[in-house]
Design a protein around this ligand. Structure first.
Ligand code: HEC
Length: 176
């Protein structure tokens, strides 16, 4: 009887672990994928987001003619403050799923010109450029902390000074 309960518990645990998978995951440890992503990034994203992922000049500003400029994808921007599922949707549809409908985004939708695999490759490339602390912080936004860097227990790293990502993940309001 006890063994049955144990088996049932194992199944329940396995089902739970499966449920904790993001719908889309960009694997920054897969070098082939990252190299493919670099190709796509150079051709399709670098023109706006910068060759070195640095974003457009004065990207924080929003003006009446140009609207919002392309933010950096490196650790100085806020790409890492979004889950893989949200980054996937942003690249595919040109907007975050939770963005209000009347908000205009100047990010093009790539749903017609890039396949889902290409989108994951380019996101894997972007993620592969982040330092361990940024990668760890972003992985906490994914179900099951998917994408936690493999060497997180071996190298010295710190979470970014602004831990918004972790607070969002845990559904807590940020300390004032
Ligand atoms: C024509 C210029 C342009 C191109 C090309 C472009 N983007 Fe963007 N992207 C933007 C702008 C502008 C924003 C900001 C949108 C907003 O805040 O409404 C943005 C935002 C984003 C965001 C959200 C970042 C954040 O932190 O909010 C992601 C992710 C993104 N782009 C990925 C990509 C990828 C991947 C490519 C290439 C496949 C790409 N973009 C190509 C202009 C561009």
């Amino acid at each position: 009887m006890r063994r049955l309960a144990l088996i049932a518990a194992c199944f329940a645990f396995a089902a739970g672990a499966r449920a904790a998978e993001p719908a889309h995951f960009a694997d920054a440890d897969n070098e082939t994928l990252v190299m493919h992503g670099l190709d796509i990034y150079s051709q399709r994203c670098a023109g706006c987001h910068g060759r070195r992922l640095e974003g457009q000049a004065l990207w924080q500003l929003r003006d009446q003619y140009l609207g919002r400029r392309a933010p950096p994808h490196d650790s100085t921007g806020h790409t890492w403050q979004h889950s893989d599922d949200d980054l996937f949707a942003m690249t595919k549809d040109g907007r975050f799923p939770q963005a209000p409908k009347d908000v205009v985004s100047y990010m093009p939708a790539f749903d017609k010109s890039l396949g889902d695999d290409d989108i994951l490759a380019v996101l894997a490339f972007i993620k592969s450029r982040w330092p361990t602390g940024i990668r760890a912080s972003q992985s906490m936004l994914n179900p099951g902390f998917k994408g936690m860097p493999k060497d997180a227990d071996r190298v010295d790293w710190t979470l970014p000074p602004n831990c918004t990502a972790s607070f969002q993940r845990w559904g807590l309001s940020q300390p004032k």
